[in-house]
Structure formats: C-alpha cells, structure tokens
Write a protein that binds this ligand. Structure first.
Ligand code: NI
Length: 180
C-alpha cells in the first residue's frame, strides 16, 4: 500500500485518453486499486481516476457519502467503465477535483445514467445512477478521456477557490472533502 502523488491540472497525464485495462485480475491492477483507495482517503476525496495518479488506465474509484444521497453508495471500483445517458435533462451542481486543489465550480450534467464496467474479478456489472451519484461517476469517467470539470462549465464565473466562496449560511457550498 502506498499513498500516490496526485497529478494537477496541466499535467499531460490528465489530458489524454487512458488505455483500457486488459487484465483486470492482474496483481498490478489490484495493487493500483488499493493504492488509489488509500490515496483517496488520505487526500481526502470521494473519487479518484487512475490518470490522476499518473496511470493512464481506464479505472476509477468512488463512493457517495450519506450526506450527499440517501444511504450513500459504498466504495466502488469501475474498470473500463462505459456510460449511457438515460435522461438528457441537465442538473447543475458544484464540483471539486483533487487535480484542482481548493477549487470548485458549477457544472451541468445529465441527471440519470446507466453504468457498465468490470470489477476487480473481471466480472461485468451494470447499474443506474441518478443525481449526485450520476454526477460523481461522470466526473470520474471524464478523467479517462482527458476531461476536467472546468472543460464542462458553461459559465467560468462560478469557478473559484472554495475558501473564498464559503459562507457560514450557505449549505450549497462544497467542502474540500467532496473533491473528486
Ligand atoms: Ni476529478
């Protein structure tokens, strides 16, 4: 286990298309998944994509805290994930990213998706995600195609440093712990 260095915006590893994982059950992939989990917990954050730790492979991890969705979503590993949009309706929400430390911005994303992926045993699985859950998955999977959340923003005036934007009476403000 190891805490990995997180690449920040501008690093070329974040800008390219990551390669599919060919051997999901390899010890290297399992080790990377464990290291990513430890790195995400240390950051702290709620999601992390392999390119963010300098591995240009199609693997992401995430969870959704109970504070963000009823019951939350347990820690999930997605290998070679694919997203199908089930409802094009866009929903706005605040996002942060461990590759843009300290910053948040308002991003509109489709609110309802289906996710298909492989797990660490190479087994295919699929599920639907809505709302904040759908947002987290889309944010992480964007990392696999070289897309950072500011590239999805229609109005960059909402991009800023969370410390400057936080107001005690504003519960819509994202905490840094929500960074992906
Ligand atoms: Ni991110």
């Amino acid at each position: 286990m190891a805490i990995l260095k997180i690449a920040r915006m501008g690093n070329p590893v974040l800008m390219g298309r990551a390669e599919p994982v060919s051997d999901t059950a390899s010890p290297e992939i399992r080790r990377l998944a464990k290291d990513m989990i430890e790195t995400m917990a240390d950051a702290p954050g709620i999601g992390l994509a392999a390119p963010q730790v300098h591995e240009a492979m199609r693997m992401v991890i995430y969870y959704v805290p109970e504070t963000r969705a009823p019951g939350g979503v347990p820690l999930t590993v997605l290998i070679n994930p694919e997203i199908e949009i089930l409802d094009q309706t866009l929903e706005e929400g605040i996002e942060g990213c461990l590759s843009l430390p300290g910053m948040v911005g308002m991003v509109a994303r489709p609110r309802h998706i289906r996710v298909r992926a492989l797990d660490l045993d190479g087994q295919a699985f699929a599920y639907e995600a809505e709302g904040y859950h759908a947002r987290v998955v889309q944010h992480e999977c964007d990392h696999l195609d070289g897309i950072l959340y500011p590239m999805r923003m229609s109005d960059l005036s909402s991009l800023g440093y969370v410390e400057e934007m936080t107001r005690p009476d504003d519960d819509a403000t994202m905490s840094e712990e929500d960074a992906e």
